[in-house]
Ligand binder design. Structure first.
Ligand SMILES: NC(=O)c1ccc[n+]([C@@H]2O[C@H](COP(=O)([O-])OP(=O)(O)OC[C@H]3O[C@@H](n4cnc5c(N)ncnc54)[C@H](OP(=O)(O)O)[C@@H]3O)[C@@H](O)[C@H]2O)c1
Length: 275
């Protein structure tokens, strides 16, 4: 357990997942965590995350309390909230970590008004079940040990990769937005099962486990997906017929297009916040 104090600004899906992650891995003491959330109705639920967790309606109070401030709010309000907590950052040694899509470290540093240590992260919603894929990158003033702190936070909810900032839009398009692609694929497979006569319940169970099992196989064997595809397409069999249909309908091109437009949208979000 480390002895830092943490502020999580925004008690939504991601903020709660991160708070639970660092508590469940025993990396942070609940008494050293303060969650800032404007909606008072949510306060009791947030306090219920673990005994000792503090909750406040004031972002500034949370920022003053903490050594590490995790900004888990929507990109649209990020720069406004940094403005709000600016008095706590002045002449301080606090580390700012943002999970917002499309807000650059330079934009955060500029708004925070100086040589503030900033780290940008892009997790995904699987943080809720501690299976997220997160990429992190440092701003101009973040040090190696700041990256280690961010590494600990996001490893508490899944795996972490380190990338240069210019790749964060690509990460947002691929793994940040990625669960949505998987939900669509699963829904499609489940519908297909129902069309073929299975009950919805059975179709869901089979589709979900097929996805988990196939992913695990790739992860554990470290084989290229194309090699595993060859392994399951026997001559004249069902898989090669299905593959023909997927190729004809451009499944891979569809996925590439989707990741590309999501990455583009992420870069548009940062352009919206220039100046
Ligand atoms: N969820 C994902 O899949 C995912 C993946 C990667 C990155 N992210 C990033 O994570 C961030 C948070 O996403 P989320 O899914 O956790 O959203 P969310 O569930 O809507 O959480 C945002 C929280 O911020 C609170 N909030 C609103 N205005 C605030 C203010 N002025 N000061 C402090 N808190 C405020 C909201 O409270 P109210 O409910 O009262 O409005 C809400 O609890 C976003 O920037 C998003 O880009 C999310």
């Amino acid at each position: 357990m480390n002895n830092k104090k943490f502020a999580i600004i925004g008690g939504g899906n991601m903020g709660v997942a991160l708070a639970k992650g660092i508590i469940q891995t025993k990396w942070a003491d609940p008494k050293r965590i303060m969650i800032a959330e404007p909606l008072k109705d949510k306060h009791e639920e947030l306090k219920g995350i673990a005994k000792g967790v503090r909750v406040s309606s004031s972002n500034l109070e949370a920022a003053k309390f903490a050594d590490v401030i995790v900004l888990s709010i929507k990109p649209q309000i990020m720069l406004r909230v940094i403005d709000e907590i600016k008095p706590a950052l002045k002449n301080s040694n606090k580390l700012l970590i943002s999970v917002a899509a499309g807000i650059t470290t330079a934009q955060m540093e500029k708004k925070a008004g100086g040589k503030i240590r900033v780290i940008r992260a892009m997790p995904n919603i699987a943080a809720v079940v501690r299976e997220a894929a997160t990429a992190i990158c440092p701003g101009s003033y973040a040090k190696d040990n700041d990256m280690a702190v961010a590494g600990h936070i996001f490893e508490s909810v899944g795996i972490v990769v380190y990338v240069e900032e210019y790749l964060m839009d690509a990460v947002t398009g691929l793994s940040g937005t990625g669960p949505m692609y998987v939900f669509q694929i699963l829904e499609g497979l489940s519908d297909a099962g129902v069309k073929a006569g299975l009950s919805r319940h059975t179709a869901n169970i089979l589709a979900i486990q097929t996805l988990i099992g196939s992913s695990k196989l790739i992860q554990e064997t470290k084989e290229h997906p194309a090699k595993l595809k060859d392994l399951v397409t026997s001559p004249g069999g069902t898989a090669i017929s299905a593959l023909h249909s997927l190729e004809k309908n451009g499944l891979k091109a569809l996925l590439i297009d989707a990741v590309e437009v999501a990455a583009k949208r992420s870069s548009e979000l940062s352009a919206d916040h220039k100046g």
